[in-house]
Write a protein that binds this ligand. Structure first.
Ligand SMILES: Nc1ncnc2c1ncn2[C@@H]1O[C@H](COP(=O)(O)OP(=O)(O)OP(=O)(O)O)[C@@H](O)[C@H]1O
Length: 421
């Protein structure tokens, strides 16, 4: 068996500054090779065997900020598992039906968690669907789930959230990348059909991997694999199930961490402006995703900006346009609001960072949430559209205590309507 423990010496050669570079010859869309070092990613090689010969690695399923995830054959129990090889400590509660089930912990060598193997994430699966095009307000091609499928994903992920919240746990990273489609009958699939495909494996065994700066990286794996989620051929829209995964950002509601890891676009206004947050951030994220999964567009599209202030300004300006003016108790914390609003709080400029000297203010026409929803051109009747827009409004309340609980959202007329059908 290969020794899978990281080598003992502490510092790996790193690219200078914050600019990371790929190794020569690797152009695949996979993780940075320089992230493999003690305290970072652990090098995993196809065929590695973990836990006293129990788990044999056969394919790469995915990677995240804190881990790489691999399909392995559980040789003792004759089934497949997903092994999450973590860079830092994580803990996971479990509920068999709606929360991704933790099967065990491989303790030897790197920190590993063993899960049931799952299919693609809600983020990656949408790429498999035919593109939607042709609405005048939506230039270009967008990928989105059929309406009823998006609604099913939302409902199932919300059920998982209800379970967590009722058990005093906040998910903390509620987003489509952490919603996974379940697989069917994987254990009866022969191993050779599931193994990593040769062309998805960037082999660089000889000569040894070399960095662009010419140095040899002792922690680097001999090759990097492109993540290949398992997709089974079926009509997902007719029959699918998803589970909520990745409890790496989860916390007990009574013991919140210093900072949440929720993606920027799904964060609450009170967190952006005051740093305060609680489990209702999950509900806010759900409200944003309600809009995003149905329309195929994020509610607050905030591209990456070089500074946090710019990122926050753009987010808050968009929030004001979509949902209306922030309440005074929040607005008073927006230090750069005068770049965009008059002292009477009238919008006069949309240019990030204020109006440059000698230039005119820039005014953009930004639709409200309801207008943006209508512009998405969904094939639903007026009553259905009215209900969902009312639900999004109800959830995205600027006052955290006025946001409905996950269980209350599940009982909203928009969800109940389908049960009556
Ligand atoms: N049980 C599983 N079966 C199949 N694929 C999985 C499984 N768990 C995770 N993955 C894949 O691995 C990716 C990374 O997993 P996960 O999100 O749990 O890791 P992470 O390091 O906590 O990432 P981040 O916090 O950046 O989302 C997922 O996006 C998914 O594609």
């Amino acid at each position: 068996m290969r020794n899978t423990s990281p080598p003992p010496t502490p510092s790996a050669p790193r690219a200078s500054g914050s600019f990371k570079r790929r190794f020569k010859g690797i152009t695949s869309p996979c993780e940075w090779v320089e992230e493999y070092h003690p305290g970072g990613y652990h090098p995993v090689v196809l065929g590695d065997v973990f836990h006293n010969g129990q788990y044999k690695v056969i394919r790469k399923l995915g990677e995240g900020s804190f881990s790489t995830v691999w399909l392995a054959r559980d040789l003792r129990n004759n089934k497949y598992v997903a092994i999450k090889v973590a860079v830092s400590e994580v803990s996971e509660p479990s509920n068999e039906t709606i929360i991704l089930r933790l099967l065990g912990q491989a303790l030897e060598g790197p920190k590993c968690l063993v899960f049931e193997p799952m299919g693609p994430t809600v983020n990656t699966m949408v790429e498999e669907l035919p593109p939607f095009r042709g609405h005048p307000y939506l230039p270009g091609v967008i990928k989105r789930y059929p309406y009823w499928m998006a609604k099913g994903i939302l409902k199932q992920s919300l059920q998982a959230l209800v379970f967590l919240h009722e058990n005093g746990i906040a998910h903390g990273d509620f987003q489509p990348g952490n919603m996974l489609f379940t697989l069917r009958n994987i254990d009866s699939t022969p191993e050779n059909e599931l193994r990593q495909k040769e062309d998805m494996q960037a082999r660089l065994i000889s000569p040894p991997v070399e960095r662009l700066d010419g140095k040899h990286d002792r922690w680097a794996p001999p090759y990097l694999c492109i993540a290949q989620p398992l997709v089974y051929p079926t009509d997902y829209a007719q029959d699918f199930a998803i589970k909520l995964s990745d409890m790496g950002g989860a916390y007990f509601v009574k013991e919140p961490p210093a900072k949440p890891i929720t993606p920027a676009g799904l964060r609450t206004p009170e967190y952006i402006l005051t740093g305060a947050f609680d489990y209702t951030m999950d509900i806010w994220s759900f409200g944003c995703l309600l809009f995003e999964l149905l329309t195929g567009r994020p509610l607050f599209c905030t591209p990456w900006y070089p500074t946090q202030t710019e990122q926050d300004d753009e987010h808050l300006r968009l929030m004001t346009a979509r949902l209306g003016p922030l309440p005074g108790n929040l607005y008073q914390h927006w230090k750069t609001s005068s770049f965009y609003f008059t002292p009477e709080r009238k919008l006069y400029n949309c240019q990030l960072g204020g109006v440059p000297e000698g230039e005119e203010p820039l005014m953009l026409e930004e639709p409200t949430m309801e207008e943006a929803f209508d512009q998405a051109g969904l094939d639903i009747d007026e009553e259905e559209a009215r209900k969902v827009k009312a639900l999004i409004r109800r959830i995205l309340h600027y006052t955290p205590s006025k946001r409905p609980s996950a269980a209350e959202v599940l009982r909203d007329p928009w969800f109940l309507k389908d049960e009556a059908r």
